[in-house]
Design a protein around this ligand. Structure first.
Ligand code: SAM
Length: 392
């Protein structure tokens, strides 16, 4: 745990936290003292002007709360660009890329710059971004690092309405979709909501609805026998969300990157306290009630659920692998050599970053890559070295 000194909030953070706390208490009171965790997480992340993603927290990188693969190294974006190039080329060139949740803008910039050198620039690079301050940060990043390509980048408030050919991608966005939290007993299921207790927030169990109970029964069959008191979560809105962000893609691919597991591993009996993961100033913990509005709240992705949702949305599963094998399949070593040229020091620096992206104890195994194709059939290099589709 971090020391008290390190976690002291400055005045504006303390005020923000207090306002968000008061707002959430009001919402719980208005809901007769009990709010589903899904609603609580939604409000803590997305309430206009106050939620973690809607207000002005710094979020990514040094001075923020967490780091992501594109923040670790531009090698990640270069490899993703190679994968995009294969798809855009199969579409005959041009096309559009839609990135959801672009963070600091690094991934978009790294992809566009590499696609330029590969001769596969898309006509448009759309960004669907919920956070106003991150949009501004993205704009500044592009103005600085790719002024000549800025004209291709457009921001969207909603998924595009017009049909397009190309690809959709997102890194570490699915984990932010609000989840339902439950506790399992043989014969009954409780939904864990949020109540106010002594001025703070606490878990409040109540008998689960028929829909939640039915969902939990299905999950219970996936991972083995759960003991009484087993706690976990699932994402009831993943399917509708996936459909809404992909419906206008006519021909092309969707590429998803995030930490997660196939269902049979996600719901193993030994993972008896779920996968909630919160980030505040580079500390990861599992208490979603701390620092409301100031900390990120996430849950691991159930990749089997994503597979079901994507299949229902008319996609064909083209690949599922770890981040490590994805990068290796896209010749990460070649990308590093191209970037470093003759500079041995730069090569060593990139190799260190690649280790962080690829080692099993770092981001290499927890993070997965998944690819879906619609109206297109081609082998994808990022998924050539390891095929985990049978685990879904
Ligand atoms: C953890 S950050 C990842 C940022 C970036 N993709 C990266 O890898 O560095 C999550 C990003 O998704 C955005 N976001 C969160 N929920 C979203 C949603 N429902 N729709 C669109 N963007 C969302 C956030 O504002 C942020 O840009």
């Amino acid at each position: 745990m971090a020391s008290q000194r390190e976690l002291v909030l400055n005045d504006s953070q303390a005020q923000h936290c207090a306002r968000m706390h008061e707002y959430l208490v009001g919402q719980i009171t208005a809901a007769d003292g009990w709010l589903s965790f899904e609603r609580f997480m939604d409000m803590a992340l997305y309430t206009p002007g106050m939620g973690y993603y809607s207000a002005g927290a710094h979020k990514l990188g040094a001075g923020g709360d967490f780091t992501t693969a594109p923040e670790v190294s531009r090698v990640f974006g270069a490899c993703v660009a190679r994968q995009c190039a294969e798809i855009l080329s199969a579409l005959g060139g041009g096309g559009s890329i839609l990135e959801i949740g672009a963070g600091s803008g690094r991934l978009a910039a790294d992809i566009l710059l590499r696609l330029e050198t590969l001769g596969e620039l898309p006509d448009r690079y759309w960004i669907l971004e919920i956070s106003a301050d991150l949009r501004e940060r993205q704009r500044r990043h592009f103005a600085r690092y790719l002024p000549h390509l800025q004209g291709r980048v457009h921001w969207l408030d909603q998924p595009p309405e017009e049909s397009f050919d190309g690809l959709i991608l997102a890194n570490e966005v699915l984990d932010a979709l609000p989840v339902t939290r439950f506790r399992w007993y043989s014969g009954r299921v409780e939904e864990l909501g949020v109540v106010v207790d002594d001025g703070g927030f606490a878990w409040g169990p109540r008998p689960a609805s028929a829909a939640v109970t039915e969902a939990c029964r299905r999950l219970a069959q996936a991972g083995g026998a759960w003991d009484d008191g087993y706690v976990s979560e699932y994402c009831p809105r993943l399917s509708a969300w996936t459909h809404s962000v992909t419906h206008s893609l006519r021909t092309g691919a969707a590429l998803w990157f995030d930490y997660g597991l196939p269902r049979s591993q996600y719901y193993l009996p030994e993972r008896h306290d779920g996968t909630l993961l919160c980030h505040f100033r580079h500390r990861a913990h599992n208490d979603p009630f701390l620092y409301p509005g100031l900390q990120d709240i996430t849950a691991w992705v159930d990749y089997t659920l994503l597979a079901e949702a994507s299949r229902a949305a008319g996609f064909t599963l083209a690949g599922f692998t770890t981040q490590s094998f994805f990068l290796a399949g896209l010749k990460v070593d070649h990308e590093m050599r191209t970037m470093a040229g003759d500079d041995a020091t730069e090569f060593a620096r990139l190799a260190n970053q690649a280790r962080q992206l690829m080692l099993p104890g770092e981001m290499g195994e927890r993070f997965k890559a998944m690819a879906w194709l619609r109206g297109l059939d081609l082998p994808l290099s990022g998924f050539a070295l390891q095929d985990l589709r049978h685990t879904l």
